[in-house]
Design a protein around this ligand. Structure first.
Ligand code: CDP
Ligand code: CDP
Length: 213
């Protein structure tokens, strides 16, 4: 069972993906970390984020060990990831890696922007998690405060809007709702309610698939 979860920044897709993975006993990959790690490699080497060749080379030589680095969660890394992730050669270099992960026996949960559209177009379950930009900014603002990276709410809202526009507006694997995805709007849902909505959908699908056999 492959569960593909997409959505914009701070929509709650990572929280949901982690909980679904535990619930169904599946491995989980937060694919945003791959793009963040490419951006971090460039920053650490003092290379320009706007250099597509350097970004592609960093993606090809990505060290999976760097995915645990706490700096990947920094505010600037989300922004930097969204710049390098628009480079087609970066996306191509990370695609096989993600598909191998998704091909694990028994399945996997992957979350990102293009899982249901590009990485796992045949996934039997696709969820698109969203929420208003204001609610997502409130969540990210709270989160950053908790990590000692306090920022003004308005600045966080600007970040979110800029990243939404860049991720949805790019040519390579833009953020779009897959035709067969179910949309869950979490603006008024806490993490528990979002989890229940998702398991209802997934369990319904599995029961339906069982009856067809
Ligand atoms: O992975 P993504 O950027 O989409 O979001 P997240 O990291 O799962 O969630 C961002 C923040 O919102 C976290 O602090 C979550 O605890 C919180 N959250 C929430 O308040 N309500 C939800 N329904 C889901 C997440
Ligand atoms: O947690 P949050 O949603 O803020 O960000 P993330 O999921 O870690 O993704 C960071 C950036 O990486 C996004 O803004 C996208 O530009 C890019 N990304 C992507 O292009 N494709 C993915 N499958 C995952 C992330």
């Amino acid at each position: 069972m492959v569960i593909a979860i997409d959505g914009p920044a701070a929509s709650g897709k990572g929280t949901l993906a982690r909980r679904l993975a535990v619930h169904y006993g599946l491995p989980h990959l937060d694919t945003g970390l791959l793009y963040r790690a490419v951006a971090m490699a460039l920053i650490d080497e003092d290379r320009s984020l706007a250099d597509p060749d350097a970004a592609a080379s960093a993606a090809r030589t990505l060290d999976a060990g760097s995915l645990d680095d706490p700096r990947l969660r920094d505010r600037q890394m989300g922004e930097a990831a969204s710049i390098v992730s628009a480079v087609p050669a970066v996306r191509a270099a990370l695609l096989d890696w993600q598909r191998r992960f998704a091909g694990a026996p028994g399945g996997a949960v992957l979350d990102g922007r293009d899982i249901g559209t590009v990485v796992c177009p045949d996934a039997p379950v696709k969820l698109f998690i969203t929420a208003s930009a204001e609610e997502r900014a409130r969540r990210r603002h709270r989160e950053l405060g908790g990590r000692g990276e306090a920022a003004a709410y308005e600045a966080v809202l600007d970040d979110i809007r800029r990243r939404d526009a860049r991720d949805a507006g790019r040519d390579a694997a833009p953020l779009v709702v897959a035709a067969d995805a179910v949309v869950i709007d979490t603006t008024a849902l806490d993490a528990d309610s979002a989890f229940r909505a998702a398991t209802d959908i997934i369990d319904g699908r599995r029961a339906g698939a069982g009856q067809e056999q």
